[in-house]
Each structure stands twice: as C-alpha cells, then as structure tokens.
Design a protein around this ligand. Sequence first.
Ligand SMILES: CC(C)(COP(=O)(O)OP(=O)(O)OC[C@H]1O[C@@H](n2cnc3c(N)ncnc32)[C@H](O)[C@@H]1OP(=O)(O)O)[C@@H](O)C(=O)NCCC(=O)NCCS
Length: 223
Amino acid sequence: MIPSRFFPGGICYFFSEEKKDKSILSENEWMIVQKYGTKRLADFCTGRYCMRKCTEQLGFSGDILIGDRGMPLLPNHITASLSHSKNLCGAIAGDKDLFLSLGLDIETCGRVHKKMWYLLFTKNEIEYLNSLDDEQQDFISTVFFSLKEAFYKLQYPLTGIFLDFPEVEIVMINNRFYVKMLRHVTSLFAEGRLIQGSILKYYDQVITYCSLPVKTKFFNTGS
Ligand SMILES: CC(C)(COP(=O)(O)OP(=O)(O)OC[C@H]1O[C@@H](n2cnc3c(N)ncnc32)[C@H](O)[C@@H]1OP(=O)(O)O)[C@@H](O)C(=O)NCCC(=O)NCCS
C-alpha cells in the first residue's frame, strides 16, 4: 500500500501490482493495441486501468488515447501521468485548477548500470554517485534517473520539447530533491529553475513524482 501522505491533497493516485487485460479498454483504446506484443499490451491495459481509476475521481471516465510523442490524451481540465515497471503500475491525476502538470515514474532499483551513467548524468551527479557505497549508488542512481523521467512527463505536455537526461540535474537541498534546469526551455522552465520532486522506496521499486501546483513559488539557484 502506498502511504497516502506521499501525495499532497488534490492529487488522485492509483497503483496496481496486478496486470490487467484488454477487457478494461474502451473501443477506441482497443483500436490502439491491435499490434502490441504481450508485455506492451499488459502495460498499456494496466496503465489505462490505473489512470481511469484516478480520472474517475475527477469526473472523467472516457477514452485515454495517445497524444503527441506518447503522452496520454486527457480532457483540458485534467493533468495526469502514469508509469509501469516490471512489478508495479501507477497513475496520478489532478485538476488543472490546482496543478499545471504532473509527472510520475516507477523504476526497479539497481537497474541504472554504471556504464550508462555518462549518458544520463551530469559531472556533479556522477561525482556525488562516486562518493557513495555500492548499495547507495544503486538506490540514488535509480532515484536520479526516475526523477528525470518524472520531470520529463511533467514538462512535455506544457512545452512539447524533448529534453535529454544531461539537460537537467538533480540537486539535494535540505534533504529534498529538486530537478534543476540546465538550459532555458520556456519562461516556466528557465535555466537555473528548480522543480521539486518526491521519492518513495516501495520494496524494490522507486516511485517518484514531480508536480507543478498552480500557485508554485519558484526559486532558482542561478545557472
Ligand atoms: C517517455 C519516457 C519518459 C517514458 O518513460 P519509461 O520509463 O520508458 O516508461 P514509463 O512506463 O515510466 O512511462 C510510460 C508512460 O509515459 C507516458 N508518456 C510517454 N511519452 C510521454 C510524453 N512525451 N509526455 C508525457 N508522458 C508521456 C505514457 O503515458 C506512457 O505510458 P503509455 O504509453 O502506456 O500511455 C521515456 O521513454 C523517454 O522517452 N525518456 C527520454 C526523455 C527523458 O526522460 N528525459 C529526461 C530529462 S528531462
């Protein structure tokens, strides 16, 4: 069970460790999955199931089709995000009166191998990871990776811009994690801006999310 205090009020969430099948899809969603293989199909169905459970709480139970570059297509008043890992699938959703955007990610701990770090992490992040023991490295590298993906899912529906992993950096301030913009994307995502992320270790999974409340007070580190 995901502790409810992990998500702030106004974010609806639903997680499932049980895979769902095509029977949960609407007719239009069914059309999308015609050529999906077994794993992709199970992920898609379970993801739609979780997201529908969230959006129903916000008064929407219609089709959730696929939009630009893979983002879930939702009615204008809802922001939502989903993620599937090997053992867990989940979704979060909120009303756009409260949140400009949300991004969720789930990763299995220990799968961000050291040989991939140079593609994913900045010099500062790698220096920090190298200062940790093996167990901490497995955990924190997964956290860094997952926060970047959660942030990507938050920012893409607002900007329509692809961002690569080294274009943002995870920084820790007073035991809190932030995604720091290393380039100027839009005025909302200006260089140096910090967007807070939250992390939860759930058995061997790492769950992360980023949220942009409408009333966000941004602060910058300077670039
Ligand atoms: C899109 C991406 C983040 C998805 O992450 P993933 O670990 O592969 O897969 P997850 O299961 O966690 O998430 C998949 C879900 O993300 C959502 N998603 C996909 N593309 C998206 C986008 N452009 N914007 C928002 N959400 C998106 C979808 O709902 C998808 O599930 P579905 O296809 O069943 O609907 C990843 O594949 C990717 O392209 N990453 C590169 C960009 C990046 O992460 N940059 C980091 C620095 S900002």
